[in-house]
Design a protein around this ligand. Structure first.
Ligand SMILES: *Cc1c(COP(=O)(O)O)cnc(C)c1O
Length: 420
């Protein structure tokens, strides 16, 4: 079904690289024939893919529009100006830098702009949903800076702003980070800004996961209050892999210099062209309807899982993702086993630590499930309920091959019904 389009797309590769060609084809088939529930992934549009595969990859464009270090940059300026203007319109921000190669690069550039080595960062503990670029010991954030983590509250597994304020007063961080990779609840960005400014620090909101929800008004925006807002462009925003930084005009010049030449050389102009295309898509009314459906699908999936006797961390979700605590319904099943068994059935998920997890990070007691990719594919609430049923059957049967086989058949028919 897909093969004629796919092989048309890879004709040149087929001709020159017989080793890569079958792998590319296999990946197209894998994406077609599996259900993608990894919360950080999505399926981009053909227009975004076309921009990524364009001759913009050939060009060096160090510098910024109007101030390049190479000749021949008039079309580079054209796309970068459009990407910046569209991002500003989408998020209502003063200043945008669309050059960071990734979310982690975006965060590093902000750190370089406002911190000295050994300065203090206050950020969500990685074990409680934070991101590696917010202070993992072996990431640039943990290597260069003094990281003080805040955790979720034991009682409701949500961030407790009074505790954040207590830690901020005690440690006087120069930078407070909000934002997460595995946190299913609404973030109080205004509260974070208030606390940061109260202790003489700055607030950086990292909206990598929820950017699409923020852009469409379905999650409160940090833009009015935060000093810096970083994001990826490839998660709910459904653009190419990459990063972006927004800030107040007062920080613009310093920030830009910390992206280039501070931490990067030439920008990935094909990615920036694709970001511009994705932002145009995100400005359309259909994109808001898409984000609304992501939320409806997450609610439907969460409710159906709970109806099967499952426990979700914090009791549910306000956004596009949820953390399933495997222990109550499937006490002997680890996150690793669950990921493997569901993978065999064609349901792609990732194991995830839950707060105060007693299992090792390589095993875990949780699964992180998200609905952005399935929603792009057109699946709605009835399919979410069906998928919750499949997940429950596979885990309850502890990976029994016959049960996996039966689930795989149902996954196959869903994939046929909702082609990419
Ligand atoms: C995904 C993510 C990032 C960074 O992503 P890259 O993989 O570096 O593009 C940064 N912050 C948070 C909160 C994330 O979830």
């Amino acid at each position: 079904m897909m093969s004629s389009r796919a092989s048309a797309r890879f004709e040149a590769i087929q001709a020159v690289d017989p080793e890569i060609y079958p792998i590319m084809q296999a990946e197209v088939r894998r994406q077609q024939s599996t259900l993608e529930l990894i919360a950080s992934e999505n399926h981009v549009s053909p227009a975004v893919l076309e921009a990524l595969g364009s001759v913009f990859t050939n060009k060096y464009a160090e510098g910024y529009p109007g101030k390049r270090y190479y000749g021949g940059c008039q079309n580079m300026d054209g796309v970068e100006d459009l990407a910046r203007a569209r991002a500003k319109q989408l998020f209502h921000s003063d200043h945008v830098n669309v050059q960071p190669h990734s979310g982690t690069q975006a965060n590093a550039a902000v750190y370089l702009a406002v911190l000295q080595p050994a300065d203090t960062i206050l950020s969500l503990s990685l074990a409680h949903g934070g991101h590696l670029s917010h202070g993992l010991k072996v990431n640039i954030s943990g290597l260069l800076y003094n990281v003080v983590p805040y955790e979720v509250d034991r009682a409701n597994e949500q961030i407790n702003m009074a505790e954040v304020r207590r830690l901020a007063r005690a440690h006087k961080p120069k930078l407070i980070l909000s934002g997460a990779s595995a946190y299913p609840r609404t973030l109080d960005f205004e509260g974070f800004s208030e606390i940061a400014h109260e202790v003489g620090g700055l607030h950086m909101a990292d909206i990598a996961h929820i950017a699409g929800l923020v852009a469409t008004g379905l999650h409160p925006s940090p833009i009015p209050n935060a000093d810096f807002v970083t994001t990826t462009t490839h998660k709910t925003l459904r653009g190419p892999r990459g990063g972006m930084i927004m800030c107040k005009e007062a920080h613009a010049k310093l920030l830009d210099s910390r992206v280039f030449p501070g931490s990067q050389g030439g920008p990935l102009m094909h990615c920036i062209a694709a970001k511009a295309v994705a932002f145009a898509e995100a400005l359309k009314p259909e994109f808001k309807a898409y984000q609304q459906q992501i939320l409806k699908n997450a609610q439907a999936l969460a409710e159906a899982l709970v109806a099967k006797g499952n426990r979700l961390v914090s009791g549910g979700t306000d956004n596009h993702l949820m953390l399933l605590d495997l222990r109550p319904a499937y006490p002997d099943v680890t996150g690793k086993q669950a990921e493997d068994w569901l993978g065999l059935a064609g349901i792609v998920v990732n194991k995830n630590m839950i707060p105060w997890d007693e299992r090792k990070p390589t095993q875990t007691s949780g699964l992180r499930l998200g609905t952005p990719a399935l929603t792009t594919r057109g699946l709605k609430e009835p399919e979410m309920r069906a998928i919750a049923g499949l997940i429950d059957r596979v885990l309850r049967a502890q990976g029994e091959p016959k049960v996996i086989e039966a689930a795989a058949a149902e996954v196959h028919s869903l994939c046929e019904q909702f082609p990419l």
